[in-house]
Design a protein around this ligand. Sequence first.
Ligand code: ADP
Length: 713
Amino acid sequence: MIPLSLLEPNHRILVIDDNKAIHDDLRKVLLGEVDTVEHLQDDETLLFGIETLPIVRFEIDSAYQGQEGLAKLEQSLAEGRPYALVFVDVRMPPGWDGVETIAHLWKADPHLQAVICTAYSDYFWTDIQRRLGHSDNLLILKKPFDNIEVTQLAHALTRKWLLSRQVEAKVDDLDSMVAERTAELRSAHEQTEREFQQRAKAQEAFGIIFQASTIGIALLDRGGRYVDVNRAFEALFELAQDQLIGKNPGELDAATQRTMRVLHQEIERKREVEAQEIAYESRTGRRTGLLWTRDVEIHDCPYRLCLLLNITDRKEMEEELRRARIQAEDAAKAKSEFLANMSHEIRTPMNGILGFTELALQTDLTPDQRDYLETVESSARSLLRIINDILDFSKIEAGRLDLESVPFSLRECLENAAGVVHSSAARKQLDFSWKVSPGTPDNLMGDETRLRQILLNLMGNAVKFTAAGSVTTEVSAAPFDGSRVDLQFAVRDTGIGIPVEKQALIFEPFRQAEGCMTRKYGGTGLGLAIVTRLLGLVGGRIWVESKVGVGSTFYFTIPFPLSHQPLAPRHNSGMLAEAPTAPLSILVAEDNDVSRLLVKRLLTKQGHTVAEARTGLEAVTLCERGTFDMILMDVQMPDMDGFEATVEIRARESATGEHIPIIALTAHAIKGDRERCLEAGMDDYLSKPIRPSELSAAIRRASLRGAGVGTVR
Ligand code: ADP
């Protein structure tokens, strides 16, 4: 179909007649007319200045038989130049007659306007109509033609062709417009339908979520009336929806008002509540809830949204946890106290065993007796080490290990630890050495005792697991600023080494590289676990590099603040112990008979005279009565402990200005003992089991201090 905009007037005419004269006549009529009219119009324009209508020029083709006419028509259609009008003669022997020809032509082009020309009535008009149908595209022209009739027909029918095509195109345009609009409407409708369904689904989903929520949800209108509540909300207060919806708090029944009082107070009191705990009554008991409220707008209407979560169970669980935690803390405290007592209880007899063994070893003995007693002494020392390890480990695990932060010398600490291990290394003829890299700072702040403990452990293991070769310890510092330094220690041996798969395991408590080694080398498997934990407490770390049969290197790092304070002078216990002390009169306050007897023996052996007290109170009384040069004071005693007794003695001294040196004797396991001793006014501190050399050194120090020489840290 040609679009409306492209339709143009069409004056192409096909004449189909077997008589050539007819063609000439029609041509003369239709084409001759143009010349005449043209002349007339030119004259009119010339004479009267009248503008005339445009002149129509027909194009006329001829065919002499129906088939030829059809062929021309088909060609014209193929070229896009259709005929508007055809004049067809009725009789055209021997081919198709005019009626048949028109039938064929219309099949090819239904828009073609046809004029059937007849000289006499070849057909009844009714016959033609029967054969071609009632078509408004068909006219009959009777011969002979009237010129004006032909001209008029040609004008009218070519115009009709154009008009009918225009109408058709218009209708087509309208049809496609309608189809377009219909499609638009349909898609708009489908879109609306989809949106409607989505909204319905969303609403359904919201409804399901609203109802399935475990948080109680209530929607109230501006007047405080309940608009909707979900099942969780009903469950919170054990109420049904219809008891609430449409009512404001004042309109609820008395029981419901009571139940929901706290909630309504909160909603009333604050615009927005943020996760606030509220206690409320349900019909079956007291509950705790977490409340949120929000002002919201739904479809332009303001509402108050309340969210309430029942946390009663959680609160109860928290309470139970709190109770359990207190119980656990009590238990941990009890454990720690138990350990402290155990420590005291074990150390006291150990004190006796070691002390008296040492005394016995100083007497005349047969070689066998000496051998036995030396074995007793070394066994007792091993036992003491094991007990110390277990106590240390328990204290660290219970988080009850206090670390000191005092100035100390790195080199002295190393020397000290190396001094302890050196003799066992010498016995095995190992090459034992230690060195500090140049530039490593010496004045550190920290817990020297614990650093020494770590070094003793690693050096001790290195010597223990090395049969021949060397054990060396090296210390170096990472680049440091003026305030702190990261030290790295390496303890290297040429011992048995540790298989790779055991290297991580040995840092766990009670684990040893080889179970059967224990018998050969001894040990509890706690040393490295304690070292690892101690390093963890001070922000350090430990690792090992080792090869079986070649040796091991244990590395550890510790950060230390640098100390800028001058170090207190060290006591050289050996020298002090060796220097003779003038005979003194010493009061020994100790409740344990064996310990007291031991100290007494040690003192009398050194030429001192000894008075004895069994309780703190007795010590205070004796001290007031007698004149003593010094007191050795046990810390844990019945009636009045060593701390109280010291405080009492110092209080009495404040009147006279005297100061009797007091040395504490303690089982060392109670947290903060050392500080407490010094705080109570004691001058020095000896931990049990007491070694004769340490006792002598302490007495020497205290007597020098009494004489105004030296200081006690
Ligand atoms: P203990 O030495 O009391 O058994 P440790 O925790 O100090 O406990 O050491 C655990 C284990 O690690 C040791 O039993 C030993 O198997 C292994 N180990 C530690 N140090 C060394 C070392 N220098 N050479 C070889 N093996 C070692």
